[in-house]
Write a protein that binds this ligand. Sequence first.
Ligand SMILES: Nc1ncnc2c1ncn2[C@@H]1O[C@H](COP(=O)(O)OP(=O)(O)O)[C@@H](O)[C@H]1O
Ligand SMILES: [Mg+2]
Length: 243
Amino acid sequence: MTLLRVDGLTKSFKGLRAVDDVSFEVAEGSILGVIGPNGAGKTTMFNLVAGALTPDAGTVHLNGTNITGQPPHRILTAGMARTFQLMRPFYSMSVLENVTVAVLAGGGARRSARTAAADLIERVGLGEWRDAASEGLPTAALKRLELARALASRPRVLLLDEVLAGLVPAEREPVMDLLDELRNQDGVTLVFVEHIMAAVMRLSDSVLVLDLGRVLTTGAPREVTRDPRVVEAYLGEEPSAQG
Ligand SMILES: Nc1ncnc2c1ncn2[C@@H]1O[C@H](COP(=O)(O)OP(=O)(O)O)[C@@H](O)[C@H]1O
Ligand SMILES: [Mg+2]
């Protein structure tokens, strides 16, 4: 069953078509990897899908309901959460406070919010940082905090914008295991933007390639990464670039 359907999504910034007629579908319980060089429009596409930006044209349907142009909190309530490439927790709050706020924002009950938050913190492997100030957390911990906050609303669809960027390989493994587990055990549908190809190959059921705002190709990970057009789009890119 198609859980997320994007049709003809388009957005320009002062004449630049950052996202240009992008369409794709994501089946419930599947993982779609989104790749493309810096500036391809990946983050803008997430912003359009999650309601942070309003598209110039096109539609987004979640579970058959048209959610195009809805504000982010409505989309969250409808079952779709996202992480930000540039993380933005409340830096004045502790890790536990941040996740508690996210549980409440996601419609969680006040009485159980702290317990739910503490459970999530354990689940993403942030236990030792639970009562630490969010300010000054190492990148790997901030990424996990971002993930815990996104999971706090118990989403059916989770959009992940470069959650592995800036992590050393040993830090990536447990995050990839968690994403696998979210899909396999919790049935969460994942759409993830990622530059780290090993993660794209391991996790994705299918891959969408964006270039210059448009869909260059889509298909099975192995086919897509062998496509000469994809290789060409990446020429000159830093393999570990964070765009
Ligand atoms: N708020 C904005 N205002 C103007 N231009 C933007 C804005 N956001 C993104 N862009 C431009 O849109 C293009 C796509 O950016 P982005 O979606 O961040 O790409 P990616 O995430 O694939 O690296 C880039 O050329 C970028 O400079
Ligand atoms: Mg980006």
